[in-house]
Design a protein around this ligand. Structure first.
Ligand code: SF4
Length: 415
């Protein structure tokens, strides 16, 4: 009888894709729908913050105390915490992202292996499904050439490299033929796609848009300097979502320097205003409490932040990562202050998102992903959540809403 295996995915959309590649490569194991009836649990870990590391550790301890399955570690945390967890005896083995396609063979190795692999690999797998999902995450790029002073990612994902264009298009054709209409392009530094292959994200987007069945393309996070003129020409296309997530990380010019960021606030605000005029919803990343974030710098940052036409925010308090330049910086900020600053900007964006939804009069195009309590839930073209009441099962359906009610936490409709 085959053993039952469960893959627990932490972190970003790129990890979601990597987990799907592992699921597709499994031959000698049955897939468990959750860890409670799994003989084996593979943890596809994240290490972007201390919190991410402790989440993985907490999860391992919980498994040990409950079903006590065999545990294996992969993902970004394999590079930072792999040895430590292996030495703790809590896990059977560690393998790097480059080894994920060999998962079937690797899991039959005796306890104690550490197959970390390399950080030059480029995926070439074509997966035919996304288990339990109504939209597909497509990895097009891996690694990052930026060197933001607080970030561990380049050290656990390697330098930027693009997946093969033919493989990406073949991937999307296969998933579109299997009924997927929405595709989320993902990568470590998505906007770097093509830099190593004399092509670009914009060129790839155009080619994807010609594939039969592709209804909407969403993008993971891109950098402000990667919103090129070529990319801007695509903004009115019907197949591109009317929401962009553009990572700023901070809005104080002094702090952007300390963080070794490549974006410049003056250009960022011009770009965001241009996108707003185009009717786009705009999200960003922000880190509060980075060393050097004095009260004066914070006040400057908040004043600048308020000027941005934002609708979505992905914000963190600074998390010291050993091995990064920021980890050796003095003038650390008290965690409580960092949290207060985080809440301050979160409430600013919450209000701006509500205003944006109230002002928007365009019909909403929603892909219903799931049902929660009495509502079917999905996201519209502005990446805002929509809750719909209906007598018919709408899961996996696209619906077009002209009448909807805007409430603080979401838009509501009856269909
Ligand atoms: S762009 Fe900066 S924050 Fe993003 S992955 Fe690269 S180094 Fe990290």
């Amino acid at each position: 009888m085959k053993q039952k295996l469960y893959i627990k995915t932490f972190g970003c959309r790129t990890n979601l894709y990597d987990s799907q590649v592992m699921l597709s490569a499994l031959r000698d194991y049955d897939i468990a729908t959750d860890e409670s009836d799994a003989d084996i649990v593979v943890i596809n870990s994240c290490t972007v913050t201390n919190g991410a590391d402790s989440d993985v550790r907490y999860y391992i301890n919980k498994l040990k105390k409950t079903t006590n399955p065999k545990i294996y570690l992969t993902g970004c945390g394999a590079h930072t915490k792999g040895k430590e967890l292996l030495d703790s005896g809590l896990i059977e083995g560690v393998f790097g992202q480059s080894e994920k396609k060999k998962i079937n063979k690797i899991l039959s190795k005796p306890k104690g292996f550490y197959e970390i692999g390399d950080l030059e690999f480029v995926d070439d797998e074509v997966v035919g499904e996304f288990i339990g999902k109504s939209r597909a995450f497509i990895k097009i790029q891996e690694g990052c050439n930026f060197r933001c002073s607080y970030c561990i990612i380049p050290y656990v994902r390697g330098d930027a490299r693009s997946l093969d264009e033919e493989k990406i298009l073949e991937q999307i054709k296969k998933l579109a033929a299997n009924g997927f209409g929405e595709f989320i392009l993902t990568g470590t530094n998505l906007g770097s796609y093509g830099v190593d292959k004399k092509t670009s994200l914009a060129k790839l987007l155009k080619k994807i848009s010609f594939i039969r069945g592709v209804r909407r393309i969403r993008l993971g996070s891109i950098e402000p300097i990667q919103v090129t003129d070529e990319f801007k020409e695509l903004l009115d296309e019907p197949w591109i979502e009317k929401h962009l997530h553009i990572a700023l990380q901070h809005t104080s010019p002094k702090m952007l320097k300390i963080m070794n960021r490549r974006n410049v606030y003056k250009q960022d605000v011009e770009l965001f205003e241009f996108l707003r005029e185009k009717g786009y919803a705009i999200g960003t990343d922000f880190i509060t409490g980075h060393p050097g974030e004095s009260d004066e710098i914070w006040q400057e940052a908040v004043d600048n932040f308020k000027k941005l036409p934002l609708t979505h925010l992905h914000a963190f308090t600074y998390s010291k990562r050993d091995g990064t330049p920021s980890a050796t910086m003095k003038s650390e900020i008290n965690g409580k202050i960092a949290k207060e600053r985080l809440h301050e900007i979160e409430s600013i964006v919450k209000e701006k998102n509500f205003e944006f939804r109230k002002e928007n009069k365009k019909p909403l195009e929603v892909l219903i992903e799931s049902k929660k309590d009495e509502y079917f839930v999905g996201y519209d073209q502005f990446y805002n959540r929509v809750k719909v009441k209906s007598n018919q099962d709408l899961t996996g359906n696209w619906i077009y809403l002209e009448d909807f009610e805007v409430k603080t936490e979401a838009n509501y409709a009856i269909f």
